[in-house]
Design a protein around this ligand. Structure first.
Ligand SMILES: Cc1cc2nc3c(=O)[nH]c(=O)nc-3n(C[C@H](O)[C@H](O)[C@H](O)COP(=O)(O)OP(=O)(O)OC[C@H]3O[C@@H](n4cnc5c(N)ncnc54)[C@H](O)[C@@H]3O)c2cc1C
Length: 506
């Protein structure tokens, strides 16, 4: 790792202010029937953008700078997870940096810039994998890490014709229109680009599962991996509804009103991508390998697990305060349920500890979290949110629905004494109780919460794929042979005549 004495240190990391300014670049974000002028100021996006901006300001906070940032091998100061790790200690410190960032938004923004850093950081060591496009990969690493860019990614094709060969879906899936001396032109759609309106560029690629289905001699025009800047001509973002805009007030929707990462459909219509942004061009072999080579899977699961652990801490806090308010907190079954939430958070944290303390070699001299621990974290974390929601539904039961219609009721003449008398909790005034349960509602039951449930379950790929990957890797690494070997060994202890093994024979 370079130090300031070896290379002149440069700090080009964005601040919150420059990040917000950078979003005003003429990008084509469709919302509510029109193209948004500036996302950083639009009521559907502006608070989410400000929440993201706080992360950039933290990079410049003298009290946090040492834990959050590092000077990379090119002399650029960057977030610790935006550059490769070369030891368990590096990974531990990266985990701390992820943790600090995630706490700023209480674990409620999954696609903060550290998510795609899981991939982009590895380009520093892994650029040569991209052959003719290796320089592009290295240049993107430098640009990404030195400024702390925010990238979204789209890896999934639209949910149509999953049962047909890709050539039959060419009209819809992203594919090559043409190329010239300046770059490539692509058309098609990809899903879903979480938070993309707030990012600088979109990374367009594939999951291992989708890439595995591609065929040489047939799918070359779709075998493309590239980075499209958000203001690329022909790139259109079709937003879903904004829960931020629907929020009546922060009092009513304290999470949706500031942490809503709009999941958008990304449409490319003869979109121009310059050659310097292309990483893989009509190369099925590389498309099949690049995810595994990159260490992305191992690393994104570290970021995601840290993020979820913090979200769970927040929910445990909510549950404790909620049960205290209802006076149910000392009941045996309630304590057991809260204890279970604590163990879920602790299990996730233990998985991150295993991921950082027991790394495996990756590209170049870098190390990444162990693949199988990352696979276990992926399945455990995507399962556990459903259980969290079940626990809230049974333990807080109907308490969150004992509420009012909006903050405007608080000052309505005639309602004041009703709120003060009938809405109070144990040791909590009516107004404070409503404030607390509005937060519970937004976290677990609102439209924003429903989207979070869907996100936690699916963001890391469909349920079957998550499990099939775990089995495939255990098979590839010889562990499945070990498992069947254990059964063979047990069966060799005896036969039809009785015990074969001397321990039991006589
Ligand atoms: C809120 C949210 C945000 C997300 N953000 C992003 C993002 O920013 N970027 C991104 O790339 N992805 C993102 N995703 C993930 C992605 O969009 C998909 O939802 C996810 O990968 C699951 O794939 P799918 O929805 O296409 O399900 P499918 O793959 O269609 O699976 C649906 C069901 O069909 C089964 N199935 C599918 N194919 C087959 C087959 N060939 N044979 C047998 N069974 C099959 C599956 O096992 C599953 O049970 C996000 C998802 C959500 C919900």
């Amino acid at each position: 790792m370079a130090t300031a004495t070896q290379v002149q240190e440069k700090n080009s990391l964005m601040t919150g202010e420059s990040y917000l300014e950078s979003l005003n670049d003429g990008r084509e974000i469709w919302f509510d029937g029109e193209i948004i002028d500036n996302v950083a100021e639009h009521p559907a996006f502006r608070n989410a953008a400000r929440s993201m901006a706080r992360l950039y300001d933290a990079l410049h906070d003298p009290d946090l700078q040492d834990d959050l940032t590092i000077v990379d091998q090119f002399g650029n100061r960057t977030h610790r997870f935006f550059t490769p790790s070369y030891s368990a200690e590096d990974l531990r410190r990266s985990r701390t940096a992820i943790d600090i960032w995630q706490r700023i938004n209480y674990g409620w923004m999954g696609r903060s810039p550290d998510y795609k850093a899981a991939f982009m950081a590895q380009l520093a060591e892994g650029h040569s994998f991209y052959g003719d496009y290796a320089d592009n990969a290295l240049n993107w690493y430098k640009k990404f890490s030195s400024q702390g860019l925010h990238l979204n990614h789209v890896l999934i094709d639209p949910p149509m014709n999953r049962n047909k060969p890709r050539t039959e879906t060419r009209e819809v899936y992203v594919s090559l229109d043409k190329s010239d001396d300046k770059g490539i032109y692509v058309s098609g759609a990809k899903m879903v680009a979480t938070g993309c309106a707030l990012t600088h560029a979109t990374f367009v690629g594939f999951t291992g599962g989708v890439a595995a289905m591609m065929q040489e001699g047939r799918d070359e025009d779709m075998a493309l991996v590239f980075i499209a800047e958000m203001d690329s001509p022909g790139l259109k973002v079709i937003s879903r509804p904004s829960y931020e805009q629907k929020a009546v007030s922060p009092f009513d929707s304290p999470l949706a009103s500031r942490f809503d990462e709009n999941d958008a459909v990304m449409v490319f219509e003869n979109c121009f991508v310059p050659w310097e942004n292309v990483l893989i061009y009509r190369d099925i072999d590389r498309v099949k390998q690049f995810q595994a080579e990159s260490g992305f899977f191992n690393r994104y699961n570290l970021q995601a697990a840290v993020r979820l652990a913090i979200k769970l801490e927040f929910c445990i806090g909510l549950m404790i305060k909620g049960t205290e308010a209802s006076g149910t907190n000392n009941f045996r079954g309630v304590q057991a349920a809260i204890g279970e939430l604590v163990t879920m958070k602790d299990t996730i944290w233990a998985l991150t500890t295993a991921m950082v303390n027991d790394p495996e070699p990756s590209i170049g001299k870098s190390v990444v979290p162990n693949l199988q621990t990352a696979a276990a974290a992926r399945v455990y974390t995507t399962n556990c949110w459903t259980q969290v929601r079940n626990t809230f539904e049974t333990v807080l039961a109907g308490a969150p629905s004992f509420t009012i219609s909006s903050v405007r009721d608080m000052d309505a003449p005639g309602l004041s004494h009703i709120i003060d008398t009938y809405y109070q909790g144990t040791g909590l005034e009516g107004r404070e109780r409503i404030k607390l349960f509005n937060l519970v509602w937004d976290a677990l039951y609102s439209e924003f919460a429903g989207r979070h449930g869907l996100y936690e379950r699916n963001y890391a790929g469909n349920k079957d794929q998550q499990r099939m990957d775990a089995l495939r890797w255990a098979t590839m690494r010889g562990q499945v042979d070990g498992y069947t070997g254990l059964v063979d060994q047990a069966m060799s202890d005896y036969d039809t005549a009785g015990w074969v093994h001397p321990a039991w024979k006589n």
